[in-house]
Design a protein around this ligand. Structure first.
Ligand code: SAM
Length: 268
């Protein structure tokens, strides 16, 4: 890639194809039940807020569209809870693992290899009860195009639940100071961050039901890579109530729940 050139969708796809998100969450053989069980365990141990945010039980019997499903971890939680899930993903390598996950678990899903920026070219447009996208939209060259596409799958009754990276966060500060990087793998081509105001601008066609920050990763990386969880300073000496409070102010994950404004709805 030309050093001065803007990263393209091909760069984004190549990055996630090289190392699908969370693929190293277990040292077991990729594709086995043991592997996926360990991936689940690690993900929801390190990021327990995801399950609270998703509220899988609420979507039993409902239609859920997931944009950027990665290796299908949240997808399978939703399917296990009884949601009728459609998963879409840009990276073939990620989607292949997600498909293996569903094959081993026997759960049902409809998967599409699709760029969220032009999802409606591939994924049949129909109304969904929930559109869910965790940590995806900020990685795409044109996040606003994904939002426009998502709107096609929503009615005023549908819910949107997305996670965007938070601009005013501990992690952003560490990245700025050169102590951290947005993803486990070096060289993520795009990782935009949003203030609450910028997120509201991106979601201008939506009524925001809730917007809050969560998640600070408190573990030492060297031990974490060996599947051990040792907290580093200052998180190791901090009472959990104070840690929760700091996550609300300085968390990396901006968790947004929203509904389409009635006059914008296109689906249904
Ligand atoms: C940080 S991972 C998150 C994956 C999954 N949502 C999870 O939480 O495990 C980001 C994902 O977004 C996908 N992605 C990036 N841009 C996309 C786009 N334009 N359309 C669809 N997926 C995209 C990547 O391929 C990658 O799998």
């Amino acid at each position: 890639m030309d050093a001065a050139a803007e990263p393209t969708l091909d760069d984004v796809r190549a990055f996630w194809d090289r190392r699908p998100c969370n693929v190293k969450h277990s040292p077991k053989l990729v594709g086995t039940k043991e592997y996926f069980d360990e991936v689940d365990q690690r993900r929801y141990f390190v990021e327990p807020h995801i399950l609270h945010f998703m509220e899988a039980e609420k979507w039993r019997g409902k239609k859920v569209l997931e944009v950027g499903c990665g290796i299908g971890t949240d997808t399978s939680v939703l399917a296990k809870a009884g949601a009728k899930v459609t998963g879409t993903e840009l990276s073939q390598a990620s989607l292949d693992i997600a498909k293996q996950r569903f094959a081993v678990s026997g759960l049902t899903v409809q998967f599409y290899l699709a760029n969220g920026e032009e999802m409606s070219r591939v994924v049949p447009v129909e109304p969904y009860d929930l559109v869910y996208s965790f940590g995806v939209i900020h990685h795409s060259p044109h996040p606003e195009k994904i939002i426009t596409e998502i709107e096609k799958y929503m009615t005023p009754q549908s819910e949107l639940r997305i996670m965007l990276y938070a601009k005013y966060s501990w992690k952003s500060l560490m990245i700025f100071l050169g102590f951290d990087q947005p993803e486990a793998q070096y060289g993520c081509p795009i990782a935009n961050t949003y203030s609450k105001r910028e997120a509201r601008e991106l979601l201008k066609d939506f009524e925001i039901i809730s917007i809050k920050k969560d998640h600070i990763f408190p573990y030492r990386i060297s031990e974490y890579k060996e599947y051990r969880y040792v907290k580093k300073f200052p998180w190791n000496i901090m009472p959990s109530t104070l840690f929760s409070l700091i996550k609300r102010w300085w968390g990396w994950h901006l968790l947004i729940t929203a509904r389409l404004k009635p006059d914008v709805s296109q689906a249904g």
